[in-house]
Design a protein around this ligand. Structure first.
Ligand code: MN
Length: 258
């Protein structure tokens, strides 16, 4: 599938190190964002372990087993990342309690068809027909309250406990993974990002920036700058993927007569 991609990650204006990790592997159609958490450098270790595990399982030639449906391969790669983080935490007490979010997108054979895997509060968005659509559901306590109607979206955005996750990698042996498909039309954009972007830049601003995209590396830098302009309170990571533009349909006529 023809596509272009770009990524940008930044420490922000408040934190002293960057615990986000990402994967931007267009040759394998593999893209991901992981937002690590934990004391000292532990969050960094957790997010990097998750990304490395996904790359090994889904991004190396022959790594993915053709016998398994891709949905199962993505889910199992994420579960294996979870197990790797738990094992490393158990091995090194200095890393105990580390965890990470993961949001991964894999391109499938049909142009524009994607499979996403997701745990935590990093997000995937699709910019399609001028509309920004959030593809992932945040696994947070405030999101639950939004869904049961006890909290408005705006109140959730500013809630002091908005970072409290209901699911993350590295916290328990059995984690529920969201796996689902999505489709991009020609010349449409997928955005994967950590909450350092979405906490500082609201959906309306995101939509207008993605509508006026231009070259993806520039857009990635502009999104990070917008988050820093909004306060830069957390590490900021964006991965952008754009499908190729539409081509005219194959002519039906003119085939040589047999
Ligand atoms: Mn974060």
């Amino acid at each position: 599938m023809l596509l272009e991609s770009a990524a940008c990650s930044d420490v922000g204006r408040v934190r002293d190190h960057n615990e986000d990790s990402f994967l931007d592997l267009p040759s394998h159609g593999l893209f991901a964002v992981a937002d690590g958490m934990g004391g000292h450098a532990a969050g960094e270790v957790a997010s990097r372990l998750a990304i490395q595990t996904l790359q090994r399982r889904l991004g190396s030639p022959g790594a993915a087993s053709a016998d398994l449906p891709i949905e199962q391969q993505v889910a199992e790669a994420i579960l294996q990342a979870n197990a790797a983080i738990l094992a490393e935490s158990a091995r090194d007490p200095g890393l105990a309690g580390m965890g990470t979010t993961i949001t991964v997108a894999v391109t499938l054979d049909r142009p524009g068809e994607l499979l996403l895997g997701h745990v935590g509060d990093s997000r995937a968005y699709r910019m399609s027909d001028g509309q920004l659509v959030q593809l992932t559901t945040d696994h947070t306590v405030v999101q639950r309250h939004v869904e049961d109607g006890s909290l408005s979206l705006d109140a959730a955005r500013h809630h002091p406990l908005r970072h409290l996750l209901t699911r993350a990698l590295g916290t328990q042996a059995d984690v529920e993974v969201d796996v689902f498909g999505a489709t991009l039309g020609p010349d449409e954009i997928l955005l994967l990002c950590s909450d350092g972007l979405t906490g500082m830049v609201d959906d309306e601003q995101l939509a207008s920036m993605l509508a006026d995209a231009g070259p993806l590396p520039d857009l990635a830098r502009r999104l990070v700058s917008a988050a820093n302009d909004g306060g830069g309170e957390d590490n900021i990571t964006v991965v952008l993927v754009r499908t190729a533009g539409g081509s005219p349909p194959e002519p039906d006529e003119g085939a040589p007569a047999s």
